[in-house]
Design a protein around this ligand. Sequence first.
Ligand code: HEC
Length: 165
Amino acid sequence: MRYLSYILILSIAAFAADPPEQAKRGKELFGLKSAAGYACTTCHQLEDQGTAVGPDLKTMGRLHPRAVVMGIVATRTQYVQELKPAKSGTIPVIKSGEIYFDLSKNPPTEVTVTAAELKAARDNADWKHPAESRGLTREQLADLIAYIRFATFGDTKGVDPKDLQ
Ligand code: HEC
């Protein structure tokens, strides 16, 4: 019994530990605005920062780091839709909970979607992550993913940039 509570205390201590350096850098990068005014936190929420417009990154946190990179640089998306408003053109939107967000705005804003527009919606063909999210160096991506892994399951091993190739 004493042995068990020792293990319990140890594992709680491990999870509550401060993030290691790499995850700390990743956390900072996660909230850092680019010249164009975008940060990951503009559209994602992790721990205590950000807005949950885009998907919850914790659902990907345990995947191989390369899969997470694919999620950032991918040009084919899973969740974004294109709506055709009656006026003209299309707007990229994403549904988060019961709310639709207009991704052409920075930061994305809530939009009211009519049944007709929804009918005209199709899979997104144009929306991608902002250019600067896709242009990160391998070291920056490794830092960000180390942070996502730390926030998801307390990982302290970090991510080797070489594993992202
Ligand atoms: C302008 C909003 C926006 C910004 C800024 C943004 N994202 Fe995203 N992100 C999204 C949307 C929308 C999706 C869903 C794309 C889709 O339909 O597959 C997404 C998807 C992802 C995915 C894949 C998640 C999954 O479950 O498939 C990852 C990983 C990700 N983003 C990481 C990041 C990181 C890291 C940053 C900062 C460098 C970032 N994003 C910046 C909007 C954004």
